[in-house]
Design a protein around this ligand. Structure first.
Ligand SMILES: [Ca+2]
Ligand SMILES: [Ca+2]
Length: 284
């Protein structure tokens, strides 16, 4: 009985508040009957006092606060299916190793990431050595290799001022093996795309000049940005030129690798004049 009186009092307050607000906002005229009905309903039920004890919120914006409260509780338990996509991509990778021999230096990128570079600086005299790098990848993956023949200056000449002043020559070979199966899955051949970005000397008669930097001509191209990226468009690049072992006369490190029959020595169209070469292949 006491609750009933209390609820009637609250209902009266709600009605008064509704009338007050009605003067401020004529739109609330329509909500006044709802306020009174809610108060009377609460009074008759007696057990649920929550509606009648919040007259201010009821009169100002009807049922919005109640809806917001319901919404906020609905968000938490809403079921979300587990995301398995990351697990799928991780499951598609395999471990590979790439064996590379270059005259004189190389850096290897897989899918745009540098995975290794020649451990012997190109400035080291007779920097001939093979390298083995291991990497994780999923088919298809992109291999990009920067290869450099040593040149003392942009003239393209080495041993300048010495008795053996000359044009150096280049050449490289690589093969990729699936570590799990032991199978050679890719190797350098004429299908690789190449872009020569440093050519010198263009006038080879300058080779023995006393000041080759003054007389030798060269051509240097800007290295394309993102040339190691998977989606880089190398369709305008040239095919690699295949060279024989007799042409390249591969030196230290070459014989340490058991080269697959499919692996071939490649370079640009000129072993001596082509000094820095970008190479790309997509392995699928
Ligand atoms: Ca050269
Ligand atoms: Ca060389």
């Amino acid at each position: 009985m006491t609750i009933f009186v209390l609820l009637l009092t609250i209902a009266g307050v709600a009605a008064a508040a509704g009338l007050l607000l009605m003067r401020v906002d004529h739109k609330l005229k329509r909500s006044l009957p709802l306020v009174l009905a809610a108060a009377l309903l609460a009074a008759s039920c007696g057990s649920d006092t929550s509606i009648a004890t919040t007259p201010d919120s009821t009169s100002s914006s009807a049922a919005v606060p109640a809806e917001e409260a319901v919404d906020s509780t609905d968000v938490e338990p809403s079921p979300i299916e587990a995301d398995t996509s990351s697990g799928d991509s991780a499951g598609g990778t395999s471990t590979f190793q790439i064996e590379v021999w270059a005259d004189n230096w190389m850096a290897v990128y897989i899918d745009g990431e540098l995975i290794g570079e020649d451990s012997v600086p190109i400035t080291t005299e007779r920097s001939f050595n093979a390298e083995v790098f291991t990497f994780e990848a999923a088919y298809p993956f992109t291999v990009a290799i920067e290869a450099k023949d040593f040149k003392e200056t942009d003239s393209g000449i080495e041993y300048i001022g010495e008795s053996n002043q000359q044009m150096g020559d280049g050449g490289m070979i690589a093969q990729i093996t699936d570590v799990t199966t032991g199978e050679v899955v890719a190797a350098t051949d004429s299908s690789w795309s190449t872009l020569v970005v440093h050519q010198a000397p263009l006038n080879t008669e300058c080779v023995r000049d006393t000041d080759p930097d003054a007389t030798c001509e060269f051509l240097i191209l800007d290295t394309p940005t993102d040339w190691v990226a998977v989606d880089f468009d190398d369709s305008a690049w040239a095919h690699a030129t295949v060279w024989s072992a007799a042409d390249v006369s591969p030196k230290d490190g070459y014989d340490e690798i058991s080269w697959d029959d499919t692996a071939q020595l490649i370079w640009g169209t000129d072993l001596e004049v082509d000094n820095t070469i970008l190479l790309r292949a997509t392995i699928s």
